[in-house]
Design a binder for this molecule. Structure first.
Ligand SMILES: Cc1ncc(COP(=O)(O)O)c(C=O)c1O
Length: 378
């Protein structure tokens, strides 16, 4: 069947209401993942000084420009615990999403499957569909801070499972894997670990690179400047291979990345300067998100309709249980009609109960106005 032929691509009920409300009274958007619309703008003077016009030449490298890869290797030495990598362990792509797509192609043939968390941000199903790959879900346990459920993970593996996808900090629950997971060792499968929110710890002191916790498993670590430096428009992501992943896959991945060379040379040239001068901005962004999460959690805790506000380990989302709401969509539509947009939990898959998602990336005045209105309505 041609791709997406089986999908109903017309706007759903929530989107129709959103368009109607946007055209009349408007609404406060509590779902933004776009830092550039929330007052978090990477310093433009650093970007302007980092460009390469006078010395511009095209010197493509299938793994990415060496100076850009060196900056990424250095970034992993600053993590807690540090992850020691070589220049040749890094593959630069145009985005984390493209990195996923390359790895799906590298690891699977049509009909194979990948394990994904039962709740996850909605991207994997489309990337997998492109390559005719099946996704099988494993549960995250809300009673244990949404950590991996080992039994469910083992039960999901079959003879055609090629890798396990992990997002840490997880979108949207904020879960961070902080310790070695015996179940991953037992499964022995390659792991794709998305760490795009790694510099935003909240309930935990730091986000350990999963590859540092699991040096014996083949691990592909994904990240990019979209979340790390709030530069989603400049399009640069990467895949970092640890030693077991490099031994088994680096040569094939080099050919695959060389087939596209999709990341622009301009942003690759800019990357060392962005890393060297951009860390104060990263810290400012982390402090802003922390303060927004503190305020939103404290305010939501005063709302009698919300029994428990879990503390996310990291990231910038709040995944809030609304146990009294049997119909998430009806609740979210009612809230939207009263001028507040949140996401229903089902946008993220199959949560075990009713949830709404809100983003603490939202600029503070809107966040306060929106959360106050949300509580009044609930
Ligand atoms: C967990 C996670 N990974 C990856 C991405 C996409 O990153 P990129 O812009 O690099 O494709 C997102 C975007 O929201 C995300 O939430």
């Amino acid at each position: 069947m041609p791709l997406f032929d089986d999908l109903d691509l017309s706007p759903n009920q929530l989107e129709l209401v959103r368009q109607r409300v946007a055209a009349s009274t408007g609404y406060i958007d509590l779902t933004s993942s776009n830092p550039t619309t929330q007052g978090l703008l990477f310093p433009p003077d650093i970007l302007a000084a980092a460009t390469y016009w006078p010395t511009r030449r095209y010197t493509p490298d299938p793994r990415g420009h060496p100076a850009a890869r060196a900056a990424i290797v250095h970034f992993y030495t600053t993590r807690t615990p540090p992850l020691l990598l070589d220049l040749d362990d890094i593959f630069i792509t145009a985005s984390t999403s493209e990195a996923y797509s390359l790895l799906f192609g590298l690891l699977c043939e049509a009909g194979d499957n990948l394990l994904v968390p039962a709740i996850a941000y909605p991207l994997f199903e489309y990337l997998a569909a492109v390559q005719r790959i099946e996704l099988r879900s494993y549960a995250l346990d809300p009673q244990r801070g949404w950590q991996l459920d080992p039994l469910s993970l083992l039960a999901a593996i079959d003879a055609r499972t090629r890798a396990i996808l992990i997002v840490s900090p997880h979108n949207p629950t904020g879960m961070v894997i902080q310790q070695t997971q015996p179940v991953l060792v037992q499964a022995g499968l390659p792991i794709i670990c998305d760490e795009v929110f790694a510099t935003l710890p909240y309930g935990v002191p730091s986000v350990p690179p999963l590859a540092a916790l699991h040096p014996t498993l083949p691990i592909f670590t994904l990240n990019g400047i979209s979340k790390l430096f709030a530069l989603p428009d400049l399009k640069l992501g990467w895949i970092a291979l640890n030693a077991p992943a490099r031994a088994a896959y680096a040569a094939q991945l080099e050919l695959l990345n060389d087939t596209y060379l999709s990341c622009s040379s301009l942003i690759q040239h800019m990357l060392p300067t962005i890393f060297a001068q951009g860390m104060p901005f990263v810290q400012h962004m982390a402090a802003t998100v922390r303060s927004n999460l503190d305020w939103a959690r404290a305010y939501l805790a005063t709302c009698p309709a919300l029994p428990h506000i879990p503390t996310p380990d990291g990231g910038y989302y709040l995944f809030v249980p609304v146990p009294h709401a049997r119909d998430e969509e009806a609740l979210v539509i009612r809230l939207l009609e009263q001028g507040v947009l949140v996401h229903p939990g089902y946008f993220y898959g199959e949560p075990p109960d009713s949830y709404i998602m809100l983003s603490a990336l939202t600029a503070r005045p809107q966040l306060e106005q929106g959360v106050r209105r949300l509580c009044a309505l609930l």
